[in-house]
Design a protein around this ligand. Sequence first.
Ligand code: FEO
Length: 395
Amino acid sequence: MAVQNIKPGVYCVGAIDWDRRLFDELIPLPDGTTYNAYIVQGSEKTALIDTVDPTKEQEFFNNLTALDIARIDYVITNHAEQDHSGVIPRVLERYPEAMVVTNEKCKTFTMEHLPVPGGRFKVVKDGDTLPLGNKTLSFIIAPWVHWPETMLTYLKEDRILFPCDLFGSHLASSDILSVDEGHVYRAAKRYYAEIMMPFRTMIKKHIATLQKYEIAMIAPSHGPIHDNPGFIINAYREWISDDVKNEVLLPYVSMHGSVHRMAGYFTEELMKRNIKVLPFNLTNTDIGELAMALVDAATIVIGSPTVLTGPHPAAVYAAYLTNALRPKTRFASIIGSYGWAGKMPETLQSMLGNLKVEVLDPVIARGDPKPNDFKKLQRLAEDILKKHQESKITT
Ligand code: FEO
């Protein structure tokens, strides 16, 4: 990414990673990502807000050279994860006067992850300010977005919020600003689902705190900058709300076709009742799409055959991921099959302990599903309809 001037004295000096297709060796990145870092030049001091992933170090330093940055006084570290902090040791080598400015917990985390000596830190607390001359930074301690040490930085004169991961998206784009809001919405929702959803209670508090700040621009550390902050804040308000949609998420796996037939039949029964269904055949599923579907669905039904007396490992993976992401889903059930014996439904249900769901009676067929099993699938679809209607979940 070439240097981008986003306001007088404020520059984006980060890097675009067009080719990255996996993050944390877990999360698919269909659109690549960016690591945004920002230079804020005041009349007296210069601050760098976050750095980049070490794989993009050279590009980042080329940007600092292009901008002719001879001195950095402060390296603001909003978050210790290495895709933002990883180049701090090299920045401190190149700019020996620079101090790392962060909160106490982030200082500890940074020192545990990177070779940064304790004497190079300036520790700040919630509400502290850092004058740069004609510009002023202030700090909002905002834990759990998505690590316990996270904080947000606010540039008062330009009304820019630098929230690091919060409000970000894994989206490589030549548009530095959020121009195509439809595309950014999907990328940001995917990012929220994969990274932020387990912390929605904390995010509610942080968004309430931000109400007292005038914000003209949100400059996250992944993806495009939001020059219409209301767009992304309102999207987050929708995702973190307690509202769910008249949707059933149906991740399933089938070995010899029994569960596949059950999933197909069940999908049609739900559709007949005007319930939106999102089936995911787990042998070929982008887990980011699955996570996104979890943001809104009122109900999840997991489909699995029985393998070695338990659930299929692909179904275990879906259940584990769902449980870890803690969606606001209200109802859950299980459909599937077994050959001779096993505890498939009990095992899957026990894996969803983080969810505050009412579990509806599973439908488990012995071998090939028979007419009576299809009747039970009708009954489950009817139960879901009733539960959604009783809870006034109609759209
Ligand atoms: Fe983009 Fe939590 O790092």
